[in-house]
Design a protein around this ligand. Structure first.
Ligand SMILES: Cc1cc2nc3c(=O)[nH]c(=O)nc-3n(C[C@H](O)[C@H](O)[C@H](O)COP(=O)(O)OP(=O)(O)OC[C@H]3O[C@@H](n4cnc5c(N)ncnc54)[C@H](O)[C@@H]3O)c2cc1C
Ligand code: SF4
Length: 481
């Protein structure tokens, strides 16, 4: 039976069942169960169908959230899926790992006083139902086009662009230096947030749709960018950002001081059943160790929660600002605290102390001073405030910068911004090289999956225009649609 909408006045917000911290501390399984049909309808029916839907306005994809909530409340799930998939190439991923508390749910009109609609969980429910019912189909172009597209990077930006371009009929080739498709969805984000099978399922669909994946191929090493430009009518660079930010701090070179991505990749590979000697040797395994993670973003949250699951003796997170001013999702902090992580706010490392390997982190207290140009208060050291933390594994999660792509690709004309990311013409999304486009983290800097998908979709549209215009100008070219 269809549920009447605007139920927020009488029905409270409810999340799907969450596994208890004592249980989930010991495995890498996702922490939330799924809604059942009744609960999904009930929760979707809380929506007030706002005339100005702030949830949609604050979604980078402009997802038509009120409509798919209404369709879910009415039990019209196949249509709800169609609406959700119309603007999003991976709703099953966004439903799980978007920071909804900062985006749609955080801006939901009923949040004040009644708590938001559980948009992400309903999105996950709709999409998982669609997969189970066979409603999710591989991209099927109405006709094949002769032109081919090369995409460097099989993360969310590259995959979203690949699907959009394949739907138009292009011959799409995706190159990635990893052995699996998904980018950070596979090797960065842990299983307890996003099960790897969810990404593998998408990969399978895209392959069935005729997209060609060339894995273990590093552009700039195995194949040059120049060669790629000869092979394809247009290129998309969606390589993400992987250069770990470093900290100048005495003792940084000690053993057991590791970079976050190195640590998370080892853990994810282990979970996937790969041979990981650095994990097996104990170097990248937190079991039986006192762990200190430095940083306050999503990556730091994933490190602390991974260390808990590996059986660390203690896990502390050191962050130089306070809870309110951290970049990571508040929801993740809450989960981490439940799982036993201790947050040391307003503190920064001064030195790492040890004899060959690290034994202690010497830290000092900080306070938040006046705001800088961006409006963020600048953390300042409090004099004579140092203290020591026991540590036999220190994980540095200070963020990422772009690799030097012009050097890596042997393309000195590839223009960069002052942050080292790729410079694009905002309207066309083309880089300084003709026919070479860029999207995702390599343009924005470290960001979010939902923005990578948005950029991938926008870039696909621009690439289509470019190739079609070229085909129209060339006398014997096969016309694009
Ligand atoms: C630990 C961690 C946790 C995160 N958690 C969240 C979260 O909870 N929610 C969220 O929304 N976002 C999260 N993010 C951010 C999100 O993962 C990224 O914003 C998103 O993946 C960027 O997508 P992308 O396609 O631009 O790049 P990526 O996902 O990084 O993919 C880039 C791909 O390009 C490939 N590549 C790079 N160079 C080459 C080359 N030369 N040749 C061939 N292939 C190459 C890489 O192997 C990779 O597969 C997290 C990030 C990290 C690091
Ligand atoms: S803002 Fe909240 S109540 Fe309003 S349409 Fe969106 S989900 Fe529904």
């Amino acid at each position: 039976m269809a549920q009447r909408l605007l139920q927020f006045v009488s029905t409270g917000k409810a999340m799907p069942q969450k596994r208890g911290a004592a249980e989930r501390r010991h495995d890498f399984k996702e922490i939330y169960a799924e809604f059942d049909a009744g609960r999904a309808k009930e929760q979707a029916a809380r929506c007030s169908q706002c005339g100005v839907p702030y949830c949609q306005i604050h979604c980078p994809l402009g997802n038509n959230i009120p409509d798919w909530l209404m369709l879910t409340a009415e039990g019209r799930l196949e249509e709800a899926y169609e609406v959700a998939a119309a603007t999003n190439n991976m709703p099953e991923v966004c439903g799980r790992i978007c920071p909804q508390d900062r985006l749609c749910e955080g801006n939901c009109v009923i949040e004040k006083g009644f708590q938001s609609v559980t948009i992400g969980s309903v999105e996950k429910y709709i999409t998982e139902t669609a997969f189970a019912e066979g409603w999710v189909k591989p991209p099927k172009p109405p006709r094949e086009l002769a032109q081919s597209i090369g995409i460097v990077g099989a993360g969310p930006a590259g995959l979203a662009a690949a699907e959009q371009l394949r739907r138009k009929g292009y011959q799409v080739h995706v190159y990635d230096r990893y052995d699996r498709v998904g980018g950070l969805l596979v090797y960065g984000i842990p299983n307890f947030k996003l099960d790897k099978q969810v990404v593998a399922r998408r990969h399978e669909l895209l392959t069935q749709g005729g997209i060609h994946f060339h894995l273990n191929v590093e552009i700039g090493r195995e194949v040059s960018l120049a060669e790629l430009r000869r092979r394809h009518d247009a290129i998309l660079i969606a390589t993400g950002v992987y250069k770990a930010r470093e900290m100048a701090c005495p003792g940084i070179g000690l053993g057991n001081v590791v970079a976050a991505m190195e640590y998370l990749t080892a853990s994810n590979r282990k979970g996937l059943g790969d041979a990981v000697p650095a994990f097996d040797s104990g170097a990248l395994d937190a079991a039986g160790k006192h762990v200190v993670v430095v940083g306050g973003g999503d990556t730091a949250m994933d490190c602390v929660r991974t260390a808990v699951r590996q059986g660390a003796l203690s896990v502390r997170c050191l962050y130089r600002r306070d809870r309110k001013n951290m970049p990571g999702s508040q929801r993740e902090v809450f989960h981490a605290e439940e799982e036993g992580v201790e947050f040391v706010w307003l503190a920064a490392p001064e030195a790492l102390i040890g004899d060959g390997t690290v034994k202690q982190v010497r830290a000092h207290r900080m306070h938040l001073g006046v705001a800088d140009g961006s409006g963020r208060q600048t953390p300042q050291k409090l004099p004579d405030s140092h203290f020591d933390l026991e540590a036999d594994l220190v994980i540095m999660a200070l963020g990422f910068d772009a690799e030097d792509l012009p050097a890596l690709f042997g393309a000195p004309d590839l223009a960069l911004t002052r942050w080292g990311t790729l410079k694009i013409e905002q309207r066309t999304m083309m880089t300084s090289l003709d026919g070479v486009f860029a999207a995702g983290d390599i343009v924005r800097g470290a960001s979010l999956v939902v923005w990578a998908i948005r950029d991938g979709r926008d870039a696909a549209e621009q690439m289509h225009r470019y190739v079609a215009a070229k085909a129209a100008a060339a006398p014997r070219a096969v016309a694009a649609e």
